[in-house]
Design a protein around this ligand. Structure first.
Ligand SMILES: Cc1cc2nc3c(=O)[nH]c(=O)nc-3n(C[C@H](O)[C@H](O)[C@H](O)COP(=O)(O)OP(=O)(O)OC[C@H]3O[C@@H](n4cnc5c(N)ncnc54)[C@H](O)[C@@H]3O)c2cc1C
Length: 301
């Protein structure tokens, strides 16, 4: 399908369409092909209008800032939806923090701290959006999104808006049961009153620890694999002798071997091949099956 023909089939919106967009610049790995069209809705109503009126055969994929996503070299067919400025707001009412899905987790943690609210400190080290955190049940340092979530609001592929309690989303470790057709637009988090200095000290400690143990400034997707029940993924990778393993420009980090890094010139195919190689070797050498935490999307070249 030609880009121009796809755009001509899409409904008129108040937000913005962009054609033939290089997605590598929009995700942490810095690789990946192009999106035929990127849609940035003006607000929730515009997103609903788009979903109701778009042709049924046009696939849609939503993403945040791509800190957990590998986009294949052939890019993504259809429409990539990105939530922009209208979804980037934080409000505090009592002990409840409401955030739009485009808010960065780090900003949410800092905002809650300044409001004297504790419970969201773990978000300081997660370089994604609230939408991505809701989709992934992002977590760290003994807490996760599901634990602090009161209610999430989402729009489905038919444009219907609905509120969900965490139990209805069916959260597990970096997992949700709720279908991927739901696009999260807002979340309410339950926090508790706390001492600003103590909250800040906890966040500083988390930042410090991460800087010491993880390649946080590299082109990476964070933890490549989930920790299998009773195991740590990094230990299994280390045990299998794969610290520093390479395919093309992709390498399992020497600093934290569950982090896969694009050294600069990796392709998405290199990264995907390295993921497959690590899975195969870990299974062969330890008998444990690894499952990718990173979401792999799009088509190969
Ligand atoms: C250096 C580094 C450290 C990290 N540390 C952690 C960590 O400690 N803990 C942790 O859990 N993760 C960690 N991650 C992974 C990542 O930051 C989280 O998974 C984050 O929640 C992803 O958010 P995102 O906006 O980047 O999502 P994306 O990567 O853009 O998307 C991830 C998934 O969420 C879906 N999604 C995104 N937005 C929405 C939405 N609005 N509605 C519905 N679905 C949506 C996408 O379709 C995709 O399937 C780390 C990553 C990096 C690079």
């Amino acid at each position: 399908m030609e880009n121009s023909s796809l755009l001509s089939r899409l409904p008129e919106v108040r937000g913005r369409y962009r054609e033939n967009v290089a997605l590598g610049k929009m995700c942490w790995f810095g690789v990946g092909g192009r999106a035929e069209v990127v849609f940035i809705p003006a607000d929730i109503a515009d997103l609903q209008h788009f979903l109701i009126n778009k042709p049924a055969d046009v696939p849609c994929f939503v993403f945040g800032v791509g800190s957990n996503t590998l986009i294949r070299d052939g890019g993504i067919d259809g429409v990539v939806i990105r939530l922009g400025g209208e979804f980037n707001y934080i409000q505090v009412q009592g002990e409840v923090v409401t955030a739009g899905a485009a808010v960065m987790d780090v900003n949410l943690a800092n905002y809650a701290c300044q409001a004297g609210l504790t419970g969201l400190e773990f978000m300081i080290g997660i370089p994604g959006t609230v939408g991505g955190a809701l989709a992934m049940n992002a977590g760290a340092y003994g807490s996760d999104t599901a634990t602090v979530l009161l209610e999430a609001t989402a729009v489905n592929s038919r444009g219907e808006l609905q509120k969900f309690a965490p139990q209805e989303i069916g959260y597990g470790y970096r997992h949700k049961d709720l279908s991927d057709e739901w696009i999260f637009v807002e979340a309410k988090f339950q926090a508790r009153p706390g001492d600003i200095d103590e909250i800040q000290a906890k966040m500083d400690e988390i930042k410090h620890q991460r800087g010491d143990t993880q390649p946080v400034r590299a082109k990476t997707g964070g933890s490549t694999f989930k920790n299998p029940e009773g195991h740590k993924a990094w230990q299994l990778i280390d045990q299998a002798g794969l610290r520093g393993a390479k395919v093309g420009g992709a390498i399992m980090s020497e600093k934290h071997c569950n982090f896969l890094i694009n050294e600069g010139d990796a392709t998405a195919a290199d990264i995907e091949q390295l993921i497959a190689l690590v899975k195969e070797e870990v299974l062969k050498k330890t008998g444990v099956q690894l499952e990718a935490e990173i979401k792999i999307v799009g088509k190969g070249q």
